[in-house]
Ligand binder design. Structure first.
Ligand code: 7TS
Length: 404
């Protein structure tokens, strides 16, 4: 597919906002959906809406088959060994809370430690704080340097026999820093700790392989990889998931219920209580197929071009300071403009049809580290263009003039 053909699959991009052609640079928050995903949701509700795993009737079987096919497609997508290592969740946040609660109850005791980093999204901070408090465990934080990179020696120093889990983002949503997760997993495993990778920001940009990474858990959201909102995936190693207690109780997660005792269903159902987002789960497979069709070679190439070009052009503007200058970055650029508030710049960009995210991006500790209230963040997807970057750069210059 050419770039023009790809863009045709995203009708939302064709509109005008405030009288200007929309430029959507807020892909880190949520990505747009191709027609295949939209049609899949429509199809489910028009043709075979019914509950899964319970009905013998035709529609229920159809829905169940499609939902389970989607699990298989996701298994292949991240190269999990077994399809039941793929647990459907409500999103990255849902997956992290599941692991924090379930793994935490089973494996965290007084004095144990969970390691996170200074660049985590609140979703990968707060659930660990909550479970650590409950279990009497301690949260330790890997510091970062001024470029927004982890200080690796400090990570090594933090690892000890007390470390039960390392929960780390693969890519920083605010800065785009790509963390050396493969190496981090090896080091954590050396001391017997388990590792959860928050892949919310990496799964739309690069091919992931959970066997090659050897992570114990990996979580992501469908909506950031061109799928629907309200769906996510938790990958977990079979042995670990089997050892962990259920997270929520309810329908589908049981084998047998009596008032005296309930026995639990096998994987993956043990962790999937209640009726899920069926249409969303099915449509997620369409998002995967679409990304595979576009191809990760194209995705990586296009996004690298956009990142390099936009970084160069932005750096040339007086007063602009880029937050996060690691040499190993995904297509995310956060910046501040001297003498302006990110919100004001964002508002002016919106008036010019450009969607960026402004604020702390759910990474308040990171903002505190840099001593700033927030940033303006442009996050690119493979459907963005250099021409859009040119319009964006001109718009920033204009905004700076208007605000000075
Ligand atoms: N982890 C990371 C690294 C994220 O970027 C996000 C969402 C989450 C977890 C939570 O994902 P959710 O789908 O469960 O909400 N990040 C952003 C963002 O950067 N702007 O809006 C949401």
């Amino acid at each position: 597919m050419t770039l023009a053909e790809i863009r045709k699959q995203f009708p939302i991009l064709e509109q005008q906002v405030n009288g200007k052609p929309l430029i959507y640079f807020d892909n880190g928050a949520t990505a747009q959906k191709p027609l295949a995903v939209i049609h899949s949701i429509d199809d489910y509700y028009q043709k075979y809406n019914s509950n899964i795993h319970r009905g013998v009737h035709h529609l229920s079987q159809l829905a169940t088959n499609r939902y389970e096919e989607s699990r298989d497609i996701l298994q292949k997508f991240v190269n999990a060994r077994k399809n039941y290592e793929i647990i459907f969740t409500a999103g990255t946040t849902g997956g992290i809370n599941l692991v924090a609660s379930s793994f935490g109850k089973k494996f965290l005791d007084k004095g144990d430690e969970v390691i996170i980093s200074a660049m985590e999204h609140h979703s990968n901070i707060v659930p660990w704080q909550m479970i650590c408090e409950e279990r009497g465990a301690n949260l330790r934080v890997i510091p970062i340097n001024d470029k927004g990179e982890l200080i690796y020696e400090e990570y090594i120093k933090l690892l000890s026999h007390r470390t039960k889990l390392v929960a780390i983002t693969h890519i920083s949503n605010t800065m785009g820093t790509i963390n050396p997760v493969r190496k981090m997993i090896v080091n954590a495993h050396e001391i017997g700790a388990k590792v959860l990778i928050d892949a919310a920001q990496s799964v739309p940009h690069m091919k992931l392989d959970v066997q090659e990474l050897d992570c114990d858990f990996l979580v992501f959201s469908a909506h950031k990889m061109f799928g629907p909102t309200g769906v996510g995936v938790l990958y977990g190693k079979e042995e670990l998931l089997n050892e962990m207690p259920p997270y929520q109780g309810g329908g589908d997660m049981i084998k047998e219920v009596t008032f005296e005792k309930t026995t639990y269903n096998c994987l993956p159902h043990k962790f999937e209580a209640g009726t899920p987002n069926i249409a969303g789960g099915i449509a997620t497979a369409e998002a995967v197929k679409f990304m595979n069709e576009v191809g990760f070679d194209f995705i990586e190439h296009q996004e690298h071009e956009l990142l390099t070009y936009a970084t160069k052009r932005l750096s040339e503007i007086e007063g602009v300071r880029i937050i996060g200058t690691s040499s190993n970055k995904a297509s995310v650029i956060s910046f501040v403009v001297a003498g302006t508030h990110p919100f004001d710049v964002g508002t002016l960009l919106d008036q010019m049809g450009i969607a960026v995210r402004t604020g702390h991006h759910c990474t308040q500790p990171l903002m505190n580290f840099f001593g700033i209230p927030g940033t303006i963040r442009a996050s690119f997807a493979f459907y963005n263009t250099k021409e859009e970057v040119d319009v964006f750069i001109a718009a920033i210059k204009k905004a700076i003039m208007m605000l000075s």
